[in-house]
Design a binder for this molecule. Structure first.
Ligand SMILES: Nc1ncnc2c1ncn2[C@@H]1O[C@H](COP(=O)(O)OP(=O)(O)OP(=O)(O)O)[C@@H](O)[C@H]1O
Ligand SMILES: [Mg+2]
Length: 416
């Protein structure tokens, strides 16, 4: 019989096989699912966990639709990546597959603009913002909010079209960059909300929102504004601030209408309380689910897989069992150039408390200076008896890994 190996295995289509999907793909393989992975990059590191690979853009909805039908998949999922969340929801609806969110909810989860409108209606605190179609409108909004302010494409992620505008002289360039990336001919101009940032990773079952990990997001400086350099658990915020972050994340999930499945909510907590920068209806793209499993024993990737396959989720699977006092996912940032080889991974793995070391690119890849999340080249996950111990261990491991590069391309050298 054709495909004996595949017989009886549930079939899952995973949109993306990059760094942000590695953990979920690995979890899918561990569970014995038959995995079809989609990525336009033939060298995507997650392909090694897939039974079948399709070299297609994760945004190519018609092709993915045909693939899902041809592969007779039982479900689709877009982990760690925004726009395809809506692609997956629409295809699931068309093919009458189970799915945690419907297409209307997915639109609210993937359009920063539509999401903000919904937050405003529902009273979810979020940064003040103005939708701008022209530089004049942006200048007026910036004058109102004051500098520095933020401009962003309303329908992108991974810091594509996201700029911190330090002063008026930089608005023109920032506006043009955001507009250039926008899919909709408008940009959002926002106040820069001062404060510290956490990520609330949660999972909902039939409208019941269960917060799992709340991690500090360690942020890079411009020109890599908004890029996470590390996620650290537990958060160093005061318990009442963590509570406030969880409550706004819960309110955001309710407002967007995510009753089932994972949510990943970026929250800035400052003098004026907690503000939701954005909610995503998916697991995080920074190994957030793996950190959750390492510290609480809750298999967030496994839960997301269940949600994508329409399997009932027993509340027991959400019950935390504390496994570590602290954890840190620290991203690896290279010098720009063409990657020759990566040294020191074994030493990094040998550092006490290291759960894993991940290196994303293969030799020959051209590495750019850090501007966006996708420029990160790997990560280490460390646990410890406290957050401080985990941070120190992650730092020691990261220091062991050396990215040997040559012929630095001129365009990769970014002036800050
Ligand atoms: N208005 C704001 N005030 C303060 N910080 C902001 C604001 N907008 C964005 N940021 C910072 O930039 C990061 C990314 O913002 P945002 O989610 O809007 O962009 P993105 O391109 O979707 O990035 P990501 O893929 O990391 O979610 C936030 O986590 C935060 O650190
Ligand atoms: Mg975002």
């Amino acid at each position: 019989m054709a495909g004996t190996q595949a017989a009886g295995r549930k079939r899952l289509l995973v949109l993306g096989a990059g760094a942000g999907q590695l953990g979920l793909l690995e979890a899918a393989r561990e569970r014995g699912l038959f995995v079809v992975a989609v990525d336009r990059n033939p060298a995507a590191p997650g392909f090694r966990f897939a039974d079948r690979r399709a070299i297609i853009s994760v945004e190519d909805e018609p092709q993915i639709d045909r693939l899902a039908a041809a592969e007779r998949v039982d479900g689709l999922i877009a982990p760690g990546i925004d726009w395809p969340v809506a692609v997956a929801a629409r295809i699931a609806e068309r093919q009458v597959l189970p799915h945690p969110i419907d297409p209307a909810t997915a639109v609210l989860a993937t359009s920063k603009l539509r999401q903000r409108e919904r937050f405003a209606e529902a009273g979810v605190p979020h940064p003040r913002h103005v939708v701008c179609g022209s530089l004049e409108e942006a200048a007026a909004a910036a004058a109102d909010f004051g500098y520095p302010c933020v401009v962003k494409a309303p329908d992108r992620q991974g810091q594509k079209g996201l700029v911190l505008v330090r002063d008026q002289s930089l608005l023109d360039a920032g506006f043009a960059l955001a507009l250039g990336e926008s899919r909709s001919n408008v940009v959002l101009l926002e106040e820069l909300v001062p404060g510290r940032e956490v990520t609330v990773n949660a999972f909902s079952v039939d409208g019941r929102f269960t917060p799992l990990t709340v991690t500090d997001r360690v942020r890079a400086e411009p020109p890599a504004f908004g890029v996470a350099l590390a996620h650290v658990w537990p958060s160093s915020l005061a318990p009442e601030e963590i509570g406030a972050a969880v409550e706004v994340a819960r309110a955001a999930a309710d407002a967007v209408g995510v009753a089932n499945g994972p949510t990943y909510t970026q929250v800035v907590v400052g003098e004026h309380g907690a503000h939701v920068v954005e909610l995503a209806a998916r697991v995080g793209g920074g190994h957030d689910a793996e950190l959750c499993r390492a510290v609480l024993g809750v298999d967030l990737n496994g839960l997301a897989l269940s949600a994508a396959l329409g399997e009932p989720v027993d509340g027991e699977r959400l019950r935390p069992v504390r496994r570590a006092g602290g954890a840190c996912t620290r991203f690896l940032v290279p010098a720009p150039g063409t990657l020759v080889e990566v040294e020191g991974v074994a030493e990094a793995n040998a550092v006490e408390g290291i759960v894993w070391v991940r290196v994303y690119p293969e030799p020959g890849a051209v590495l750019a200076a850090l501007r966006r999340g996708s420029d990160r080249v790997g990560a280490v996950l460390a646990v410890g008896s406290s957050r401080e111990e985990a941070v120190a261990r992650a730092g020691r491991a990261a220091d062991c890994v050396r990215f040997v590069v040559d012929d630095v391309p001129a365009e990769a050298v970014v002036q800050s």
